[in-house]
Design a protein around this ligand. Structure first.
Ligand SMILES: Nc1ncnc2c1ncn2[C@@H]1O[C@H](COP(=O)(O)OP(=O)(O)OP(=O)(O)O)[C@@H](O)[C@H]1O
Length: 219
C-alpha cells in the first residue's frame, strides 16, 4: 500500500491546498482521484510521489514511512513509485532520443547493461517502434511522447504508478492504448495505480474505486 495520512500541503504560507487528506493506493488495483480544478489533485500526486514535502502528515510506502522528499528520497522508495504527468514535453530532455528518455532511470540506477533489452520490452509494451525510439521529442506526436513517458515510468518496475491526467491531451485511441498498458501492469505485476482525471466516464471504466478530493478534505 502507498498511503498518505493527514496530509497538509500548500505553496503560500498559511494557505493549505491539502488540509488533512488521507489517501490509500492499494496494490493490484486502479484507484481513481477526481475533484474540481484547483482542488489539489496534482499537489497530492506530487506529495505521494515523494516529489514535494508536505507541511505535515505522513506518506508511507509498503508500511515504511517516507525517508525523505525530493532529493532526500531513498533510492528504493524513489524506484517504487513511477509518475506520468499530463504534459509529456516539459517532462523530457528535448536533446534525448525517445530511447534515451526511456532508458534514463536504468542509467541513473546503474543498470546500463540491462538497458537495451529492457527498453525493447518497454517499447513493445507501450507500442513504440524502433524507428520512433530513434527520434527526438520534436519529431514525434504528443501521444508518441506520452507513450515514451509511460515506458520510462515503468522502467524500474515500480510497485506504484501515479498517472496525473496522463491522457488529458490524447485522442481516444491513444487513451485506450495507454489505459490498456497500465491495466496489464496491474494484472501481471500487481502494480497499484492512482489515476487522476477530470474525465469521469474514463475513471468509471478505468478505476475500481474513485476518491473525490473535496469529499476527502471534508471528511
Ligand atoms: N507552484 C505553485 N505555486 C503556487 N500555487 C500553486 C502551485 N501549484 C499549484 N498551486 C495552487 O494550488 C492549488 C491546487 O493546485 P493543483 O494543481 O494541485 O490542483 P488540481 O486539482 O490538480 O487542478 P487541475 O485539475 O486544474 O490540474 C491551486 O489553487 C493552484 O493555483
Amino acid at each position: 500500500m502507498l498511503s498518505g495520512t493527514g496530509l497538509v500541503a500548500g505553496y503560500r504560507k498559511g494557505i493549505a491546498v491539502l488540509d488533512g487528506v488521507d489517501v490509500e493506493v492499494p496494490r493490484g488495483t486502479v484507484t481513481g482521484l477526481a475533484g474540481p480544478s484547483g482542488c489539489g489533485k496534482s499537489t497530492l500526486a506530487r506529495v505521494l510521489a515523494l516529489l514535494r514535502r508536505p507541511w505535515s502528515g505522513q506518506v508511507t510506502v509498503d508500511g515504511e514511512a517516507a525517508t525523505g522528499f525530493r532529493h532526500a528520497t531513498s533510492r528504493a522508495q524513489r524506484a517504487a513509485i513511477g509518475v506520468v504527468f499530463q504534459q509529456p514535453r516539459p517532462a523530457v530532455d528535448p536533446r534525448f532520443t525517445l530511447r534515451q528518455v526511456v532508458a534514463e532511470p536504468l542509467h541513473a540506477t546503474g543498470r546500463t547493461g540491462e538497458a537495451p533489452r529492457r527498453v525493447g520490452e518497454l517499447a513493445e509494451q507501450v507500442g513504440l517502434t524502433g524507428e520512433l525510439l530513434d527520434r527526438r521529442p520534436h519529431e514525434v506526436s504528443d501521444g508518441q511522447l506520452q507513450r515514451a513517458c509511460l515506458a520510462r515510468a515503468l522502467a524500474l518496475r515500480p510497485r506504484y504508478l501515479i498517472c496525473d491526467e496522463m491522457t488529458a491531451m490524447l485522442d481516444a485511441s491513444t487513451t485506450a492504448a495507454l489505459v490498456r498498458v497500465v491495466g496489464e501492469r496491474v494484472a501481471e505485476d500487481g502494480t497499484g495505480v492512482l489515476a487522476i482525471s477530470h474525465d469521469e466516464p474514463l475513471l468509471e471504466r478505468w478505476a475500481a474505486t474513485t476518491l473525490r478530493l473535496v469529499d476527502m478534505t471534508a471528511a
